[in-house]
Design a protein around this ligand. Structure first.
Ligand SMILES: NC(=O)C1=CN([C@@H]2O[C@H](COP(=O)(O)OP(=O)(O)OC[C@H]3O[C@@H](n4cnc5c(N)ncnc54)[C@H](OP(=O)(O)O)[C@@H]3O)[C@@H](O)[C@H]2O)C=CC1
Ligand SMILES: N[C@@H](CC=O)C(=O)O
Length: 832
């Protein structure tokens, strides 16, 4: 196994396996998984190589592998049976052609995959040739139909032999298992397993420190006769094996991305359901979902085994996981439909007969009043045959269904909405069946694509799950988290927003079922696990949410350097951290381009003026055609507070400590006193106004003497009294001139010349910047159209509550955008 080891052990389990449920966090060492590879994953040398790399990276020796037949082998074997059934005497040529084709395809796979290992190649080819001769013999002896199950079994047999040989050749000690040695069916018609006997047999065969490759699809009855497990039988084999060996998980590696909220081939806005509650999955399977089959899911029920549907060809992508989850996953609703149903009606459909039929057939609906049963077209043939044998008269008609499926949907607000929608739709409904997890409308007409789309848009519009991760639990982060719950309760846009992670510089607490926002700070140290930025990036690549927003409330340059990776993981960002916005112009441009390209949003309105709407105003002025000529003012809450309160009564150094305690300053107050924070803010506004410049283009007057620059934060605070004499002198000089001290930022654009500077000034007491409330910011903006009477924005520009409020405002704006992004899907003639 190759691991990407970047975080603590528990989080590593998430990284390594790509599983979404929290339950794996506690039991990383005891987990066993059954991996099943479908025919499309095993059809070509290239796809088999992909499978081999998945096995290399993700499959432990304790795990089991179950394989389908390579490519379309089973279809070809079924075709052979079809030829023989229809025209036994005349189809020699077609039979031979098909058989030779199967032989040639398998031979080619053996030769290419075992290239260089002649001995192993020969042995496999000899076994293959012997099997082909056996089939020819059955054919000549006209006993092929009697041996049809043995014929079909060859597909999985060849596939397991080949994979085993290749794994052995590549150094993985592997054993092939023909499941006819251990899967014993007590009832072949219903494909029910004799669990005890099968478990004893399988556990008896498994060798320690070996990987095992099991044939899917086949088993034997109590008499040892080969039986097949029906359509999608290999998936069923995998879940049976998981039940027998007490595995925790089953991974179905296939050629689809997962389960969608509707058939994505006809509903363009369908979204992948990353976590599906097991009971809901069973209901989807019962209603005919093409990927989830009721039979496959049945062995998982008792033991709470989770099922994963993953795409072999995109193994890094998060697929769908079926299992038991918390509230967030249970809110998902999906729309399913089928036009492949048959309704059977008979006067004799009541009482005992219905009861008996229900034991043999899986009906989608049974209605004694209408004397009707509805069954999939696939099973209709057998039902028809069965009823004829019982001499029951019946009529059939084709039927369709359109259903909403979700956890406890019967008792939810969706119930009334579904009925109202169906009643007002042109879908000519025969009946609506109400079940615990599904609401199903049946009709004798086909269900049209537009009705599926309409219902889907109505039902999934409000269901866009947004996960929020907060980075930084300091001064501002803590207040942001403290207000999270009340914000969520009061803002409709946040109703589907869930706090799923909190990280600081060394640790993280993730929970895909949601964290308790009101307790998260208090309980953080108890639950958090070691995690660095790489661990966070890995986690972000495998989450079960429609969108994830990362709120950066750190002061960290390193964290800002990782924005590229966050965007690459499809994550949206809200920054209070000013570092990324003040990167060199080209680096910032690259970052913004990347975000745009990846359809990621990035808001950072608190980086200047905290919650004051200065960024919005400036952007709006530019959008409306104003040419910015001057941006000036007091941009630092800390420096505003310090100079407003500094009247000689208290020392300047004591005031610095007070500002720090009030949460106004940067984590290190020297970032305020040095002018860096104001310089950054002026740069951010200048760039918003369309000017291209860098930090060093802004002249900066620092208030921190050289001697205090290199000290630790604490040493600086201890020695800050060294500043007092100089500031007292500056204050006296200003007071003597009816002036006050202010730290001013100014950008001017005159006759094509741009100048920008930040520094301390003695301002006349009547100056607009002189009479501010302590901590207030003031922004003065002059444009070609705002000259004598410039735009002024003034108000509190720093502090815990206002900054947290500004971040919440960004969150609401972003969620509004993300929610409307979902509604934007307009398909002419379908939903518009
Ligand atoms: N004060 C204000 O009024 C305003 C502040 N801001 C900005 O808000 C940000 C936060 O300020 P403040 O809350 O005062 O800072 P604090 O120092 O109080 O808190 C910083 C938090 O960030 C965490 N952190 C640091 N580095 C990393 C990292 N690499 N990865 C993950 N987490 C990290 C720290 O973790 P740990 O606990 O492990 O140290 C800590 O939890 C700053 O960027 C500031 O400029 C913006 C507008 C206004
Ligand atoms: N330290 C900053 C905080 C806001 O950005 C300030 O004082 O303005």
């Amino acid at each position: 196994m190759s691991h990407t080891s970047v975080v603590g052990d528990s989080a590593k389990a998430v990284v390594d396996t790509g599983l979404l449920s929290n339950r794996i966090l506690g039991s990383a060492t005891t987990r066993k998984t059954v991996h099943k590879f479908g025919g499309s994953s095993l059809g070509t040398v290239q796809s088999l190589e992909t499978v081999l790399s998945i096995i290399d990276q993700r499959v432990n020796d304790d795990d089991l592998i179950v394989v389908s037949a390579n490519g379309k082998t089973t279809d070809k074997l079924v075709e052979i049976i079809g030829l023989v059934t229809q025209c036994q005497d005349t189809e020699d040529e077609a039979f031979t052609h098909l058989l030779l084709l199967i032989q040639a395809e398998h031979k080619a796979l053996i030769q290419q995959l075992l290239d260089g290992d002649i001995e192993c190649q020969q042995s496999l080819v000899e076994s293959l040739n012997a099997d082909i001769r056996q089939i020819q013999q059955w054919y000549l002896q006209q006993s092929l139909l009697e041996n049809r199950n043995d014929l079909l079994a060859f597909g999985e047999l060849w596939s397991s032999r080949l994979l085993t040989a290749v794994l052995n050749q590549r150094g993985r000690r592997t054993v092939a298992i023909d499941t006819r040695e251990c899967f014993v069916l007590s009832c072949p018609v219903k494909t029910t397993l004799n669990r005890q006997r099968s478990a004893d047999l399988l556990l008896g065969i498994l060798e320690s420190k070996r990987l095992h490759v099991l044939t899917g699809f086949i088993a034997v009855d109590e008499q040892g006769v080969t039986q097949t497990l029906g359509r999608n039988g290999s998936d069923y084999s995998a879940t049976l094996a998981a039940e027998l060996i007490d595995a925790n998980d089953v991974c179905l590696w296939t050629d689809v991305d997962g389960i969608y909220s509707a058939d994505p081939r006809i509903v363009p806005s369908a979204k992948k359901l990353q976590r599906i509650e097991a009971s809901v999955a069973r209901e989807l399977g019962r209603l005919g979902n093409p990927v989830l089959h009721a039979k496959t899911l049945s062995p998982l029920k008792e033991k709470n085994i989770h099922l994963h549907i993953n795409n072999t060809f995109y193994p890094q992508q998060v697929g769908s996981e079926v299992g038991q989850f918390g509230e967030i996953a249970r809110q998902e609703v999906s729309i399913t439909h089928s036009n492949q149903l048959i309704g059977f009606q008979s006067k004799r459909f009541n009482g005992k007969l219905l009861e008996q039929l229900q034991q043999t057939f899986s009906f989608i609906d049974v209605d004694e009043t209408l004397q009707q049963v509805i069954i999939s077209a696939e099973q209709a043939y057998e039902l028809r045959y069965h009823l004829q044998e019982l001499c029951v008269d019946f009529q059939t008609h084709s039927m369709s269904l359109l259903a909403a499926v979700g956890f406890a949907i019967r008792d939810s607000q969706w119930h009334r909405e579904f009925v109202a929608n169906i009643e007002n739709s042109p879908y000519p409904t025969q009946k609506i069946s109400v079940n615990e997890h599904s609401l199903v409308a049946f009709s004798k007409s086909d269900c049209q694509i537009e009705w599926v789309n309409k219902l889907h848009n109505r039902f999934t519009r409000k269901h866009r799950n947004i996960g929020v991760i907060v980075a930084g639990t300091g001064n501002i982060g803590e207040t942001f988290l403290a207000n999270f719950l009340s914000q969520q309760q009061s803002r409709q846009e946040l109703s589907q927003v869930h706090l799923i992670g909190v990280v600081n510089s060394t640790q993280a607490w993730f929970d895909v079922d949601g964290l308790p926002a009101d307790k998260v700070v208090a309980e953080f140290s108890q639950h958090a696990k070691p995690c660095d930025i790489n661990g966070l990036v890995d986690w972000l690549q495998r989450h079960p949410f429609d969108e994830v927003i990362l709120v950066d409330i750190t002061p960290s340059e390193t964290f800002a350097q990782s924005y590229q990776q966050f965007f690459a993981a499809g994550v949206h960002l809200i920054s209070a951290n000013k570092c990324a916005n003040t990167f060199a112009q080209h680096a910032l441009q690259d970052l913004q381009n990347r975000a745009n390209k990846l359809d990621c949003q990035w808001l950072s309105n608190t980086t200047v003026g905290a919650a004051l709407p200065v960024n919005y105003a400036l952007k709006d002025l530019c959008d409306s055609g104003h040419q910015i000529e001057e941006i000036s003012g007091i941009f630092s809450g800390t420096l505003s507070w310090l100079f407003s309160n500094f009247d000689g009564a208290k020392s300047f150094s004591q005031l610095i400590k007070d500002a720090l305690a009030l949460g106004l300053t940067e984590p290190d107050p020297r970032d305020d006193l040095s002018g860096l924070d104001v310089q950054r803010k002026l740069l951010i506004l200048a760039r918003l106004a369309g000017f291209e410049l860098n930090l060093e283009d802004i002249t900066c007057h620092s208030l921190v003497p050289e001697s205090l620059v290199g000290l630790s934060k604490q040493d600086f605070l201890d020695q800050s009294h060294l500043l007092d004499t100089d500031f007292n002198n500056q204050l006296l000089a200003a007071q003597q001139n009816d002036a006050c001290l202010r730290y001013v930022a100014k950008l001017a654009y005159v006759d094509g010349n741009l100048t920008a500077r930040v520094g301390i000034e003695a301002l006349d007491n009547k100056h607009a910047f002189a009479s501010l409330n302590p901590c207030d910011n003031i922004f003065l903006i002059k444009t070609n159209w705002y000259q004598e009477n410039p735009l002024i924005i003034q108000g509190p520009g720093a502090g815990r509550e206002v900054t947290a409020a500004g971040l919440h405002s960004d969150l609401v704006h972003l969620c509004r955008q993300l929610n409307s992004k979902h509604q934007d899907v307009d398909i002419k003639g379908i939903n518009s």
